[in-house]
Design a protein around this ligand. Structure first.
Ligand code: NOJ
Length: 500
């Protein structure tokens, strides 16, 4: 009850910081959470009526997953959801961010065929969380497109918008009486870029055309879902709805070079602005991005830009289709212009025309190119405040440390990362950033997409050799709990482990 009340406070009252107020700890209406996604944890890929998703298909048929693993069983959360609720409660988080597997409730993707077992699963999870005072925060799409719909074109086809809207309407009807925070899409830039450069499902090779169609349709589907919620559900259910966008932070390779400064800015616009500018500002893509893709397309002999165009009517619907911005942030790059000529085969890489690198002195994580730079999150939050306006409420929906598969329950690197990044959020708020929530990635080790089980993001270790998939808290879990309870970072806090 307490959490529901404070969430409504966040939604209804703009408790934006009083000017010059300095926080020594996170304010009472600030939410802490922890996240997962369906394909990465649920398992039971073909049990109890679930249909096939593009990740099921990809892991069963492509050679792209490092350890050739699948999410067939993963953390087996389908059977272990009570244990998930127990550990979420142990952390004392205010909200749990998870996603719905579309094909668990609609096995063929279309809403005529309903799988009651899937609905029961999510009802149990939602009710179980609420019973222990944890707010469910639901992502409607975290990359697991129904395979049947992929075969009809997937997100490159605009018919996907209709199927998606029918799906989300049913989800609002089914669960919306108990869910206050919705996210339409998780990291669509990542999904549309890497799904069309053979890094992620659907493992297509069409970043210069397919990626743009994918993004275009997802933006329209997002705006449609926002509109649908406002018209049909908001007055009764009173929830909020946003989108989770991922952004790196780009520094100029040479801080004194005007060209490099422009390149860093362009990189942010090209990736983050691709979705953020239409939704949070104008209803249309950033001018710099439109110009660059149009120019490249001309050079390549296309009769028009490969970047699709929104109608006026669509623009009106897209602009300001948000209650909050979900932000996922992991890495920092040094950026400078490249001098590629137009490639025959169009790619986003060639459109972007930039060179990115990392400073070798930056502290690495186990994923190459991903370094530990808490000040980047602070800078990114301040930059977003200027780019989109400080009225935009930000919920950090992901940040987290990827450990190697050799890490132990004693995880000082994750603790350092956690302390640094949470402190960076508070520092940003003290400089005017409008941040309302921080959701850590991830609750527990899970299937990390192309990296399979070789990368560990969890506060809880999962024993993937144990049929019961036993979860055990790492030291960092206790540190996060302490941050939540005290609402501040204490770098000297050196806890013992949770007792089981
Ligand atoms: C991005 C994605 O949303 C999530 O699914 C993934 O596991 C983490 N970041 C870590 O890479």
């Amino acid at each position: 009850m307490i959490f529901i009340f404070s969430l409504m406070f966040w939604v209804v009252v703009d408790s934006h910081k009083i000017q010059n107020q300095i926080y020594d700890r996170f304010p009472e209406d600030f939410f802490f959470g922890v996240g997962t996604s369906a394909y990465q944890i649920e398992g039971a890929w073909n049990l109890s009526g679930k249909g096939e998703s593009i990740w099921d298909r990809a892991t069963h048929t492509t050679p792209y997953i490092t350890d050739r693993s699948t999410g067939d069983v993963a953390c087996d959360s389908y059977h272990n959801y009570r244990e998930d609720i127990r550990i979420v409660k142990q952390l004392k988080v205010h909200c749990y961010r998870f996603s719905i597997s579309w094909t668990r409730i609609f096995p063929n993707g279309t809403v005529n065929n309903v799988n009651q077992d899937g609905i029961d699963y999510y009802n149990n999870l939602i009710d179980g969380l609420r019973a222990v005072g944890v707010e469910p925060m639901i992502t409607l799409f975290h990359w697991d497109t129904p395979q049947v719909l992929q075969e009809l074109g997937g997100w490159a086809s605009e018919t996907m918008i209709v199927w998606y809207l029918e799906y989300v309407e049913r989800v609002f009807e089914l669960f919306g009486d108990r869910v206050q925070v919705w996210t339409t899409f998780n990291e669509p830039a990542n999904f549309c870029q890497f799904g069309y450069t053979q890094v992620s499902a659907p493992f297509l090779n069409s970043s210069g055309i397919g990626s743009y169609l994918c993004a275009h349709n997802i933006i329209r589907a997002h705006a449609g879902a926002y509109d649908l919620y406002q018209k049909k559900f908001k007055s009764r259910q009173k929830g909020i709805i946003g989108i989770s966008l991922d952004s790196f932070w780009n520094e100029p390779a040479d801080p004194n070079s005007e060209e490099d400064k422009k390149a860093a800015q362009f990189s942010l616009e090209f990736y983050f602005g691709w979705f953020a500018w239409p939704i949070f500002k104008t209803g249309d893509y950033p001018d710099a991005v439109k110009l660059q893709i149009a120019r490249r397309s001309r050079e390549q002999g296309f009769p028009r830009s490969r970047l699709p165009v929104f109608t006026r009517q669509e623009q009106m619907k897209i602009r300001r289709s948000f209650d909050y911005l979900g932000l996922n942030h992991y890495a920092t790059f040094l950026t400078k212009p490249d001098n590629q000529t137009a490639s025959m085969f169009p790619t986003r890489q060639n459109d972007r025309n930039l060179i990115e690198s990392v400073d070798p002195s930056w502290k690495p994580t186990s994923r190459s190119g991903f370094t530990v730079r808490p000040e980047s999150l602070r800078k990114l939050l301040l930059w977003i405040g200027q780019y989109l306006g400080s009225h935009v409420k930000i919920a950090i929906t992901e940040s987290g440390y990827n450990g190697a598969d050799t890490e132990t329950l004693d995880d000082p690197e994750r603790i350092d990362y956690l302390n640094g990044y949470v402190q960076a959020v508070l520092d940003a708020m003290n400089q005017g950033a409008n941040v309302k929530a921080f959701t850590w990635w991830s609750l527990m080790d899970n299937f990390e997409w192309g990296d399979g089980y070789t990368k560990k993001f969890g506060f809880y270790h999962v024993d993937f050799n144990d049929p019961r998939r036993r979860r055990t808290a790492k030291k960092s879990a206790k540190v996060y709990q302490n941050i939540i309870v005290t609402r501040k970072v204490d770098p000297t806090f050196n806890p013992s482990y949770f007792k089981h």
